[in-house]
Ligand binder design. Structure first.
Ligand code: FEC
Length: 298
């Protein structure tokens, strides 16, 4: 029997009219205030109305299925499930069960484990209402194909530059997870170290982006704060490598490409960002490597 690969991502509203329901889902059923909703809708508007996350996720899943068929014929079907919008994770699991498959490799399109990210995706598979044999990939931040891809994208971005600093970023999370022993921050640092070594970079640091305003402290330092400090220390060229994400979506197209770019312009800082993996064949190969080694033995 074939193995199902459930490719999971955050999910994105289909149209601007869906933003309220989407945001309510993120807030676990509590509708956002009118002000918060207007703010988020404005962010989607500034990136062209909606995010490309859903299309990119389907392109990544399609390319992965194609590649797996080449390397292991008749062994895998690939499905998509989103955390906060259609097709929801539960819909993906239902499709797997409808096709009669039992073994499921759960692959989240985010490299680092946190109980608040990959842990929550796992819970959504487990509570989808169907019995499946779940082989969850808990993280893949150190997959050599991913490290090599990011290192090569960094090299392409800094061509012609000298005296620059690379800022590796990921989505911030509430600070309290660190006290609970969550490995998220350590894994981010480790992946940054591996990439810096592979790319032969010695001026780099880790910073955090996209924190929500929930009234509690979130992990820092924030990237905007670090760009300010870098400039005031005399830095002139900064490259952002958002290695906690793998697609061009709101957190890249707004938080980095608009917010950080505006801040850099105010500071007189030359700022670039590396290309996102999206459906780059080297990235799809890296994902296939992860799936192959996480699959049940036949
Ligand atoms: O392009 C799109 O339409 C969706 C972009 C998107 C991605 C994404 C990834 C992550 N998030 C993570 C954690 C949190 C926590 C909260 C939270 C809130 C939001 C909101 C939007 C949003 N996130 Fe997100 N996230 C994306 C979008 N995220 C919109 C609501 C407005 C706002 O706060 O800005 C706070 C709510 C909660 O407690 O759940 C926490 C993490 C990731 C990276 C891993 C992953 O991709 O799943 C962690 C993409």
């Amino acid at each position: 029997m074939k193995t199902a690969v459930l490719v999971m991502a955050y999910g994105s509203p289909t149209t601007l009219d869906d933003v309220k329901a989407y945001y309510t889902d993120i807030r676990r059923g509590r509708p956002p205030s009118a002000e918060a909703l207007a703010d988020l809708t404005g962010r989607y508007r500034s990136i062209g109305g909606t995010s490309q996350l859903t299309d990119i996720t389907h392109a990544q899943a399609g390319a992965l299925e194609h590649l797996l068929e080449e390397v292991a014929p008749d062994s895998y079907n690939v499905y998509v499930g989103m955390k906060h919008w259609h097709p929801y994770i539960a819909e993906g699991v239902a499709n797997i069960v409808a096709d009669g498959l039992e073994d499921v490799v759960g692959l989240v399109l985010a490299p680092h484990f946190s109980s608040k990210s990959i842990g929550e995706y796992q819970t959504k598979v487990e509570t989808a209402g169907h019995e499946v044999n779940l082989h969850m990939v808990s993280s893949w931040y150190d997959e050599p194909g991913f490290i090599a891809l990011v290192a090569s994208n960094i090299a392409a971005s800094i061509e012609g530059w000298h005296d620059h600093r690379v800022f590796f970023t990921a989505h911030s999370l509430p600070q309290r997870i660190l006290e609970e022993g969550d490995p998220y921050a350590d894994q981010l640092k480790e992946s940054a170290e591996l990439i810096a070594k592979e790319a032969d970079i010695d001026d780099w640091e880790v910073a955090w982006q996209s924190a929500s305003h929930t009234g509690e402290p979130w992990i820092g330092p924030d990237i905007l704060e670090r760009l300010d400090a870098f400039r005031s220390e005399g830095g002139e060229r900064a490259l952002i490598a958002p290695i906690g994400f793998v697609s061009d979506h709101l957190e890249i197209l707004y938080d980095v490409d608009i917010e950080c770019v505006e801040r850099a312009a105010q500071l007189g800082l030359d700022l670039r960002r590396i290309n996102s993996p999206n459906d780059d064949p080297r990235f799809i190969q890296a994902l296939a490597n992860v799936v192959l080694r996480s699959s049940p033995s036949r």
